[in-house]
Ligand binder design. Structure first.
Ligand code: PEP
Length: 255
């Protein structure tokens, strides 16, 4: 199966940026330019406080809207956290799990990842599970080992039957928000390793349904080249997803 048999997926991660008015403007603009969603999937990962408003504006379009994080329990004494069912209730249909800022700024351990991915799937939220090595880990030739460890924890409770609902994002930590993009060769190698690992974990047929995105300083001028890499099924975009002028050309990378 070649990568283009999987629908390209372009995702924007707003992180803790924009305000309510700018968020709604951006959704309206992208919604207006989006086709019927048959040839590509577009999703926004927005601050949870804006989810209800953003999903209301996105309604009637193929735009997906998701949260940037969840906790894996449904209720309880977890001050400051959000249950997957709460994101569903305000219209989200997807969620990021294990973003590098969650891992490295907020010290989320590997042990939580499998439970978060499972909780998302059990609540009908489509997870993008993020993995990626730091610069030290790459320089120390530990990239493969780190990615395998992160995959092992994230896929701990994923069954072959769930696989088509899970997306993996390969995001080298040193490329996120730095302006430094991984080379095509680095991306291709990491993606091939990830797909091989997935095939061993869930079987080739199920693994072929899992999209693997690249993330890390994606911009309008490198989106086409990145999407041209045989093993890249889509892009996870931070900074360049905050404005229609930079995000639309990435969505339309092939036009
Ligand atoms: C991200 O937020 O996942 C990301 C890749 O950010 P940026 O595109 O700004 O590097």
């Amino acid at each position: 199966m070649t990568h283009r048999s999987r629908k390209p997926y372009i995702a924007g991660n707003w992180k803790m940026n924009l305000d309510r008015a700018k968020s709604l403007d951006l959704i309206k603009t992208v919604k207006g330019r989006l086709g019927d969603g048959n040839d590509r999937e577009v999703g926004f990962f927005v601050p949870a406080i804006y989810l209800a408003d953003v999903t209301a504006v996105a309604q009637g379009s193929p735009l997906g809207v998701g949260g940037q994080n969840i906790w894996y329990e449904a209720n309880g004494a977890f001050t400051g956290e959000l249950a997957p069912r709460m994101l569903r209730e305000v219209g989200a249909d997807r969620v990021l799990v294990g973003h590098s800022e969650r891992r490295h700024v907020f010290h989320e351990p590997d042990e939580w990842m499998g439970r978060k991915v499972r909780a998302a799937l059990d609540t009908d939220l489509l997870p993008i599970y993020c993995v990626g090595e730091t610069l030290d880990e790459r320089k120390g030739n530990r990239t493969d080992r780190v990615l395998k460890r992160q995959l092992e924890s994230g896929f701990d409770k994923v069954l072959p039957i769930d696989a088509h609902r899970v997306t993996v994002a390969y995001e080298p930590v040193w490329a996120i928000g730095t302006g430094e993009t991984a080379t095509s060769e680095q991306v291709a190698l990491a993606h091939r390793m990830i797909r091989k690992w997935l095939a061993q974990r869930v079987g080739e047929e199920a693994a072929n349904l899992i999209r693997i995105l690249y993330g890390g300083s994606v911009k309008p001028d490198n989106a086409k080249e990145l999407m041209g890499i045989d093993s890249v099924d889509g892009l996870l975009v931070g900074g360049a997803s905050l404005q229609a002028e930079t995000f639309l050309p990435i969505i339309e990378y092939d036009r």
